[in-house]
Ligand binder design. Structure first.
Ligand code: UDP
Ligand code: MN
Length: 452
């Protein structure tokens, strides 16, 4: 609490440059309540120096009642653009950005309240360096009472391998360091998405947004990776505060279904920006693999054209806090046209082979660094060391009877004994472990990774 007080006092004392660039505020909305929309606009106008607000562009994303927007267009500086069909927030924001006349763009959600002195600290950071993309601290407007509640300024945006945005506390060391000057900007690996300031030319140079993303979601991931990997930075500015109504669910229809659309958008971001690390996303959200994500050629081309850095760089330099799961190899284990297959068997079941169908599922195996041959949480286990032993799927543990080596010559040899995975008795017993002999076709395997 003491720190929060100290922050407020220090922020009040700040003096900002006199020559800050004016901004176009862009607010997209679909079926927003009139009262919250009005609150957003009024707070922008009342809590910003007049000369810094060039205009407020409202993009009505085909709301049911066109009058809602038109009514607001009567307010000084407010312009309304209405989509002819529902476009989703990405295409709506880009439409607003294209129409903007100021040098700097300020994006806001349609249910915000800008707090005192919210704008100057943001504009100053961008005026000093146009490759900075900056966000306010996002306070909470209660969904039930619409009361304004201050949030912690010790947070930054992050995510797990499911690629869902989350707030994270700064580490103890970072917080201790910030005591010296709590007003300094906080670098953030990810932005929440709706509230940020960016130089208009820089927004354009960086490729605006991925226009093939629909409705909602994933665009914050995409722009965050893109900004960092292509030479910019993302910051949270503790002296700037804007309240936002966080809602439990989307109060609007979601053409295509929210899960599908979110997975599609997220896949587009992952496929373009994450290189081989996308496998960890698919491991965390296996169902995403079934959702078509469309063509991404233009975004790949953008990445190449801008000479953006690899995702590995982002992980090491921007988000070292995100633990990378053990590097694994995922793929199929093939013998001619047949693939190692669980045949739908479960724990303590045998495994067999089945014609390769290249759709993953029962034929998808991971060979871990430790030498486990893994399907979900089950590992191929040598049940007894005798030859002719059946190989079973058991829960992975750290035991030696689950360690295998893919040797030259294509044999899959048990690490501690001279037996190899063999298909000679596959019809009767499933895969068995037989004395190794790399000359035998029934012991010859090829591991084909998905990501090669
Ligand atoms: N929005 C939009 N079109 C859509 C979906 C959302 O214009 O199809 C607007 C919405 O009105 C809001 C902003 O995009 O101003 C962000 O959406 P929302 O607030 O639902 O996202 P959240 O803050 O919950 O992540
Ligand atoms: Mn919102």
């Amino acid at each position: 609490m003491a720190l929060a007080r100290c922050l407020i006092e220090k922020c009040r004392k700040k003096v900002y440059r006199k020559d800050l660039p004016p901004t176009s505020v862009i607010i997209t909305f679909h079926n927003e309540a009139r009262s919250t929309l009005l609150r957003t606009i009024v707070s922008v106008l009342n809590r910003s120096p007049e000369h810094l607000i060039k205009e407020i562009i409202l993009v009505d994303d085909f709301s049911d009642h066109p009058e809602d927007g038109l009514e607001l267009a009567k307010i000084n500086k407010v312009r309304v653009i209405r989509n002819e069909k529902r476009e989703g927030l990405v295409r709506s924001r880009v439409r607003g950005a294209d129409a903007a006349i100021a040098e700097v763009l300020t994006f806001l959600d349609s249910h915000c309240e800008c707090n005192e002195d919210w704008l100057e600290p943001l504009l100053e950071r961008v005026a000093e360096d146009e490759t900075r993309v900056v966000c306010p601290v996002i306070d909470v407007i209660s969904m039930d009472t619409f009361q304004y509640i201050g949030a912690s300024a010790d947070l930054r945006g992050g995510f797990d391998w499911n690629l869902v945005f989350k707030w994270e506390y700064l580490s103890l060391e970072e917080r201790a360091e910030r005591h010296k000057d709590p007003t300094t900007s906080i670098e953030t690996p990810m932005i929440a998405g709706g509230l940020f300031v960016i130089n208009k030319k820089y927004f354009e140079k960086l490729g605006k947004y991925d226009m093939k993303m629909d409705v909602w979601g994933g665009e914050n991931l995409e722009i965050s990776f893109r900004v960092w990997q292509c030479g910019g930075s993302l910051e949270i500015i503790p002296c700037s505060r804007v309240g936002h109504v966080f809602r439990k669910r989307h109060p609007y229809t979601f053409p295509g279904g929210s899960g599908n659309v979110f997975a599609k958008n997220t896949r587009r971001a992952a496929e373009v920006w994450m290189d081989d690390y996308k496998q960890y996303y698919y491991a965390a959200v296996p169902l995403a693999k079934n959702i078509p994500f469309g063509n991404i050629d233009d975004r790949i081309e953008l990445r190449t054209r801008l000479h953006c850095k690899p995702f590995k760089w982002y992980l090491e330099n921007v988000y070292p806090q995100l633990a990378v799961p053990e590097m694994t190899n995922v793929g199929t284990i093939q013998q001619g046209i047949y693939c190692l297959d669980t045949l739908g068997h479960l724990i303590d079941g045998s495994v067999g082979v089945y014609q390769c169908h290249s759709t993953g599922g029962n034929q998808e195996w991971t060979i871990t660094k430790k030498g486990q041959i893994k399907h979900h949480d089950l590992c191929l286990t040598l049940v007894s060391f005798a030859k002719g032993s059946v190989v079973m799927m058991r829960v992975c543990d750290d035991n030696e009877n689950q360690r295998w080596e893919l040797r030259e010559g294509g044999i899959l040899k048990h690490s501690k004994s001279n037996v190899c995975l063999d298909t000679r008795y596959v019809q009767e017993h499933g895969i068995t472990a037989e004395l190794c002999n790399s000359g035998l076709d029934t012991q010859y395997w090829r591991f084909v990774t998905k990501h090669s």
